[in-house]
Design a protein. Sequence first.
Length: 758
Amino acid sequence: MGKSLFNFMLVCVVSIGIVLTPQAFAGNNNLAGIKVNKAQFNKKHNRLDVKGRVGNDSSGDEVTLWDADLNTMLASGVTKKDKFKFKYALSEGDIVPCRIEVRVAGESSSRKVKRAPQDCGQYQVTITGLVTDSPIPFATVTVTLNGNTYTTVADENGAFSLDILTVSLDELVTIESSATDAETGDPINFVNMAGTFSKLLSDPEANVTNVTTASYILAVEANGGVAPNNIEELTAAETSIDASTLLELAAVIKLVVDDPRFELPDGFDSLIDFVANDSAVESFIEDVAAIDPQALENTQSEILNDTSLVAGFTVDEIPARYYVIAAAEPGYMARSGAALEFDGSTGTGQYLSFAGWNGQAINQTYSWAVVGGRLELNYDSPQAVALLTSHIEDLTDDQSKIDAYYAGGGVHDNIVYESSEVQRKYTRVVDGNLVDMISTEVKTVLHTPPFELVDGSMLELEVDKLDISTSNQSFRSSLDIQNIPFTTSCLTGEVCALGNWGGVFHYAAGTRVYDDYIYPTSSYGELLTFNNDTSVSGAISGESASWNIDSEGKLIIDYADGTVQTLQIIDNIGLEYGVFSIFENGGERYADYNLWVRGDSQFSLSGSYLTPSASNRYWNGEINSWIPGGFDANGVRLPSNRFGWKFDGAGGLDNYWVDQNRDYDGDGNNDLGLIVTATHGWEVDAGIARLDRFSFARRYWFPVASTDIDGQRVFYVIEREARDYGQGWKTFIPARMNIQREIDEFTDWDYIEQVDAQ
């Protein structure tokens, strides 16, 4: 550490929020029909001796023995005449129940276990770990649980070991540390929300670090500003943690603690309070950049190379599948994802994804290995993905080619190039309860076919560019995913497959308007109807298929061309479901993660519904609002996240959008301008709304459902846009799910420009 290790006094406190599992079997205590005469722990033989009788001769009836507090079944047998008896042998390490319960024929009776040890009914785990940013020696580590305090002192390397007890595997374990820098007087406090006690049983190592502190802060932020109280809240919060933000925040903490050039900003007496303050952190980062522009980046690299700070990978932890699901803004559902599949016996796997903008299925095979704690993938035959850019610098470092590009006037639209990944290296930064935070290094070959410049000349880039980039991602192990099943019974609380859904379907989206590219038959948004006769049809495509639900609750769609789509729900917020689909046809496979919404056949788009509820409100398109960073520290939607519509109910329609790239007042700076475009109007035909944005552009809305979220009206549509540039109507935006939310108009504009659509 940059500051003396011995200038810190550290006290760690572990707090556990108890979440007792409700008993699924209500039972009646000591019914006349069942009597437990004996319930005793036999220490010598490490067993439970239980016997009793029922009120009548029920010989042959099933009788079960349960831990009454944990609601877990221990043994089963049958009654003999009107009696029952258990001699239940416990294995080494098994918990001795404090109370047992006997169940027969829908009745039950419970009794306290005599001679049970003092720690009966409790799970035990030995927590080991480091208190470290760099190791902090001789830290005091304390666990307070159910009124009992367990304390130990870390050794000279900051390592500690501590036995703790609990009565529930579902309890959340949070480790807090407090320290003071004797040189500066700065208080330094770290946190590790280690997850459930069950997770600690399987992996009892729990370091308390800058990384775990950053993870905790972001989980609290994602959970509405309060610490998650149970595993459901914690896993939901994890889906909204952006891995890049986490790593940056961890680096900020490390700079404050480690680097003598930086200290806790004035006005803060807690490191936790500081890093939880977005504006203070942003200001600190600006100050760091002014002193050392590379400090933050270098510190992040230090963290990634410190095995005591990052979780890393081991071969035996690699699951059959990792779901690569993007982080989402709190309160929103992610809309993109992929899958990494692993065969542990052969060291091979497949990367399955989908490029939605051009309908391209992605399936890349690779060999994999864990090297130095990093997961490395090397692609066998890199697949070229077509992409667009308007920046020649993205494609070549040859200055003569760059000069020739600008001398020729550039291109009319974009440069089409091919991107082929050849290798990925993953560093697991955080091993979460549901979401693992991953730092990714990608090696990509960029190949650009010859292309025409504005002056009519052709430009050829003879040398492919090798691009090495880093990014951060969120992984979910198939071992941790809790599948939300589809059903056909349609009972309350179930996800009923029958009826209407907004989702994705396998069909052809037509010809693209701006380059005559024909979209392949692939995965596009669709308004679907699942019928009782196991048929499913799409309103946009006109295509039909058959469907069924397998034993795991996954929805299977069989298409006429032989394609099989297997869907599983892995996320849910309100009406929204995060659905992961694998498409297979023979040896061809690809995957798509997308937003699905259960349809409401009673919902329709009409002037009375679409007219704003107040004169200062409009419908904002939310298709990109799920991307983290679209809101400021106060939760206010950024101008770049505003694009929407205002209906007058009589066919009139204004399109709102934001211009941040124009100097309206001539002062040399870009201003913030609201553009209000009076469109060519809108109409509803056969339940489908058509928005004539321009004379050559028509946007179609297929209504799915409506709801209310945080007091704001929200509706869901499958949306597509077609354009006619003189060659007939062609696809401009392939069908997709969009969300329209009624919000207040933003009034803080530098300039408002009202224009008529052309």
